[in-house]
Write a protein of this length. Structure first.
Length: 186
């Protein structure tokens, strides 16, 4: 089962985003609760974390406008419960004009309100900002990689800066209305 490791505080002021940090769960015969941030910060995950083939995440606590970061195979996975405005902004652009063309439906592949993607910049591998309430979100209200200035939009598509590609969308599925499984069972 999923477990909240480091719940974030409620959003205050201008930002309406709350952020929970989740790690979790059951893979193959072994379920392990993970200490998340050390692995993200070092990007040098322990072998047992690397071995996790899939992660189940309970999205029910994640309200509209909130985001969580999940560790899967040692990588941070960004999950954002998008607002109507987020979706509208993502759909307002002609995909053909983008550096890495993709429609919003190709990014939020199961439900428009849920965006799930690997949170590693496609330039040189930094973890972009945009998950925490205090983070800069770039010029397109998505994520901003401070390393060399890549801006991602509310669909995680690269819009400006040196990154060549969109943030990757991992394989995942909804197990029910509020639970996703990222990856496959071992
Ligand atoms: S690693 Fe993200 S902009 Fe260079």
């Amino acid at each position: 089962m999923s477990q909240a490791v480091n719940p974030g505080g409620n959003a205050d002021g201008d930002s309406r985003r709350d952020f929970l940090l989740y790690a979790t769960a059951t893979v193959g015969a072994v379920g392990t609760a993970l200490a998340v941030w050390p692995f993200i910060d070092s990007m040098n995950p322990a072998k047992d974390v690397m071995a996790l083939a899939s992660v189940e995440v309970d999205l029910s606590p994640v309200e509209v406008g909130q985001a969580i970061t999940v560790v899967w195979r040692g990588k941070p996975v960004f999950v954002r419960h998008r607002t109507e405005k987020d979706i509208e902004q993502a759909r307002a652009v002609d995909p053909a004009t983008l550096p890495d063309p993709a429609t919003d439906d190709e990014r939020a592949i199961h439900k428009p309100e849920w965006l799930v993607m690997i949170g590693i910049c496609t330039h040189l591998g930094c973890v972009p900002k945009g998950q925490k309430p205090s983070d800069p979100k770039g010029d397109y209200n998505g994520w901003f990689c401070v390393c060399h200035g890549s801006h991602y939009d509310t669909a995680g598509r690269i819009r400006k800066g040196p990154a060549p590609l969109n943030l990757p969308v991992p394989e995942y599925a909804f197990l029910d209305d509020t639970t996703i499984q990222i990856g496959q069972e071992a």
